[in-house]
Design a protein around this ligand. Sequence first.
Ligand code: HEC
Length: 437
Amino acid sequence: MSRPFHFRALACALLAVAAACSGNDPAPTPTAPQTPATWHKDVAPLMQQKCGTCHVEGGIAPFALQTYADAFAHRAAIRSAVQARTMPPWPPAADCSTYQQDRSLNDTQVALLTRWVDEGAAEGNPAEAPAPVAPTGGLSRVDVRLEMADAYLPQQSPDDYRCFLIDWPETRTRYITGFRADPGNRATVHHVIAFLAQPDEAAAYQALDDASAGPGYTCFGGPGGPDATRATWLGGWAPGTLGQDFPEDTGLRIEPGSKVILQVHYNDHGQRAGSDRTAVAFKVDDTVRKVAIVQPWANPGWPRGTVPMPIPAGSADTSHLWSQELTPFASFITGGVFQNGVPVTIHSAALHMHTRGTRTRAEIQRASGARECLLDIPHWDFHWQGSYYLQKPVQLWNGDRLNVECHWDNSAPGATDRSWGEGTDDEMCLGVFYLTQ
Ligand code: HEC
């Protein structure tokens, strides 16, 4: 699928590379060579926008890309990483759908960075630097900010997965209308997922915390509570994301007596330790026009153990599919908060597997048989999970199914049979969707 026009227009405006923005422009001729690309004029603005959230001093990336000297030193690696499209990390397939805050590079931008390196990676003139572009996204307002009670020093290296409980402080029913995580130690916090423990589940989570020494408790695939299919996601954060307001006039209902569970994945690259005190920021409103739910989408029999999800040892490609009509099922699991017979709108999509996952896809299967891709992760990487807000939310009517398909490679030497579970040796196959009616 080709990108919408405004991406091109934006890229042209940003990069001011006339020849790359074809359209009505005459093709360059041998007598009119392109002006060589320079750091100040072309590359720095693009790298600030597309690389700067991670490649900063103290950031999650192994080196900064803030100055000309930084970029020059890494120019060969930059060229190959953008050519291979491994950088910036952006797992969704480009031909599936379009998302807000897409940080991937378009073809023009890849060509520009490649050309800059090939031409010798010139510095250029600082006076030619365009005005900085403000980053898009982020929370428009912070109403409630909750910080981990105590600092935590990761105990396992390189990866430590830990859940921390924080009391929800509000004393009346309110609606969460935006989410952002503020990692305490950007060099080690790799991702943060905020889950909601309903008032009637809070004690069970507290018991998990009490049973574990030090702040929080170990948790890997989910928050580890009594029922994985009830663990509502309030929001997810991975390096490079700024958080965002939820779709206008929609929000997640939150009751007094709830707890917020922060699942933090620490990754210290085997070297950079240091303690962390992460916080989460919420935009909160008293009313919303439409109550949203964040719906985990998996066969409910998998976590309950009533339907097996076998991933046999030795198999290089095992797949499982969960396909179900969304509208009646959403009505059933919300106890009628969502009504059967009324269309459901999907605003965002996320997919979740563990470390043996290879690819996963969420799509709509219309009553007519037509299929529409929502999110396709062709090369699953457990370290780069995210929630993707659709540029255009989609509606599902009765008869339309929502399908989630997962693939795993369990053929490594010494592999053992796997199935659904929360541990590092278990797997999951889960879609997570932000829905309204
Ligand atoms: C979302 C965070 C993030 C963004 C945005 C990002 N990077 Fe990275 N980058 C990383 C991390 C983390 C690593 C370390 C390797 C890994 O974990 O995949 C890395 C590694 C690299 C490497 C070394 C790769 C290698 O193969 O050794 C290069 C080069 C690089 N990034 C260039 C870029 C460029 C250029 C951009 C922008 C166009 C960019 N990155 C955007 C996080 C990011």
